[in-house]
Design a protein around this ligand. Sequence first.
Ligand SMILES: Cc1cc2nc3c(=O)[nH]c(=O)nc-3n(C[C@H](O)[C@H](O)[C@H](O)COP(=O)(O)OP(=O)(O)OC[C@H]3O[C@@H](n4cnc5c(N)ncnc54)[C@H](O)[C@@H]3O)c2cc1C
Length: 513
Amino acid sequence: MQSPEILICGAGPTGLVLALWLTKMGVHVRIIDQTDQPGTTSRALVFHARNLEFYHQMEIDQLVIENGIEFKSGNLWVKGKKKAQIRFGDTGHGISPYPYAIIYPQDAHEQMLVDELQKAGVIVERNTELISYEQFSDGVVATLKKHPDTLEKCRTRFLAGCDGAHSLVRKELHDEFPGGTYEDIFYVADLEAEGPMANGQLNLAMDDADFLAVFPMKGEGRIRLVGAVRQGSDKEQITWDDVSKGIIDRLKIKVKKVRWFSTYKVHHRVASFFRKENVFLLGDACHLHSPVGGQGMNTGIGDAVNLSWKLTAVLKQQAPVSILDSYEPERIAFARRLVSSTDKVFEFINKRSALATGIRTRIAPYILSFLFKFRFVRRSIFLLLSQTQINYRKSILSEGISGKLKSGDRLPWVRFTNGTSIATDNFESLKSMKWQAHCYGLLSEGSKQLFNERGLNYHVFPWDNKIHSTGLKNSTIYIIRPDGYIGLAAVQSEPDTITRYLNKWNIRFSNPL
Ligand SMILES: Cc1cc2nc3c(=O)[nH]c(=O)nc-3n(C[C@H](O)[C@H](O)[C@H](O)COP(=O)(O)OP(=O)(O)OC[C@H]3O[C@@H](n4cnc5c(N)ncnc54)[C@H](O)[C@@H]3O)c2cc1C
C-alpha cells in the first residue's frame, strides 16, 4: 500500500470528519478502525450550529438537517409537575444560518460520514488496529494489526490519534490523562414509549432524589432517557431493571420497548498537550467531559476541522510547518474552558445534599423560567452551546484588531437579499474551504491588484448599516482562514499589513508543485 500523507487512527466522528475534509482538499489519507463496523448505538444526539456551518462548507449539512429533528423547546418538570417551558426555536436567529440544534443520532451520523468518504474514494479500513508507532524527524512508522493476525508497517508523514477515550496514540505520548472521574454511574436508554414525555421536546425533570433528561428522537414514540443509577450501581452488570422507576412513573412514561441501554461514568479530563512533533490528538482522545450541553462529539469535530486545513496547507507546501503550532493552543484553551464549565453545571445537577436539592427543585425552576423570558439570555445560551462563540483571538494566526469584532473571531454570518427574493449570504464562499479576503463596502483597485498578484480569492459584499451590528466594519479587509475564522483584520490604507501577514505565514494559494 502506498504511504499515506496522514494516517488517521479511529473512525469515530472525529476521525471521519478529519478524513473527509482532508480528502476533499486532495490529501491522501488512510483511516483505520479496530472494529468491524461503524458504531451501531445512538450515543451523541445533539449536533450544534457551528458544526452545521462546517458541514455546509463540506456540503453535507442538508444530510443532517433532512435526517435529524430540530430542537424546538424544552420543559422543566419538578416532582412530576411542569414548572416552566423554554422555547429554543429562534434563539440563534441572525447569528447562524442554523439558529437551532439538531437531534441526529451518532450511529446514523457516522454511517453518513462513512458513505460520504466512500463517495470521495476512501474506504475505512476495518478490523485494523494500531498497536504501536515510532516517530522520526520526517514522519511516523505505525505498526498495524489486521485481524486476526497480520502485522503491517505503515509509514506516514503525520499520525492523527482520533482513537477515543482509551487512545493508544495518547498513551504512547502521555503518562497520564489529567482530571478525574465521578463516582456515580449514569445510564442512557433509547425507548419506544407513550405518555406526555413523547412530545417531541426536551424534558428535564427533577425530584428530591433524582433527575432525568428526556430527549426526543425520530420515529413515533421514540425517546431517550438519561439519568443516574442510584441503587444497584455496585453490580457488575447493570440492566434496565436496576434503574429506579420512581421519577419515570411520576412523569407517566409508559415504556413499550427498550431499544438500547447502556451505562457510563462521567469523566472530566484534558490531556496536557495535543501534539508531539508529527503526532496529533483529537476528540475524546484528548478531552473528556460530562454530557451536559452535548459538547463532546461537537468539540472533536471542531478539532478535526481546525487541524485539517493546516495539515493540507503544510502537505501542499502552501504554508510552513510552523502553522501547525497553532493547533494545540487554539483547541486546548477551549477544551479546558469546556471541561470546567460543563463540570460546574453537572455538579449542580448531580449534587445530593439537602441544600442543593432545595435549590434545584424550589428555586432554580422559577429563576430559569424568569430568565428565559429574555431574548438576550436565550441568545447568550445559544452562543455558548452552539460553539459559534469560540474564538482564537490569542492565536499566533490572529492579527489586527477592528472594533468589537477581533481577528480570531468566527466570521459573522450576514444574509443579503439585494432587493430580490433570492437570498445570498457571506458563508457561501466558504465552501471553497480555502483562504479568502472579504470586504463589506468598497474594495480599492490597489487591494484588488494585491489579491490578484498573490492569487488570493476575494469577495466584495455591499455595505448595509444592518451589518454594523455584527461588528464588521465598512470597507475593512478581512483575511478569512479556510475554517471561517478571521486571520487578519486590516484597513485598506495600510496594504503593507496584509502583505506582511501573508508573507509571515508564507501563505500561498495554489500548489507550487
Ligand atoms: C450516552 C452518551 C451521550 C452523548 N451525547 C453527546 C451529545 O449529545 N453531543 C455530543 O457532542 N457528544 C455526546 N457524547 C460524546 C460523544 O459520543 C463522544 O464525544 C464522541 O463519540 C467522540 O468521538 P471520537 O471520534 O473522538 O471518539 P470515538 O467515538 O470514541 O471513536 C474512536 C474510534 O477509534 C477506534 N479505535 C480506538 N483505538 C483504536 C486503535 N488502537 N486502532 C484502531 N482503532 C481504534 C474505536 O474503535 C472508535 O471507533 C455522548 C456520549 C455518550 C456515551
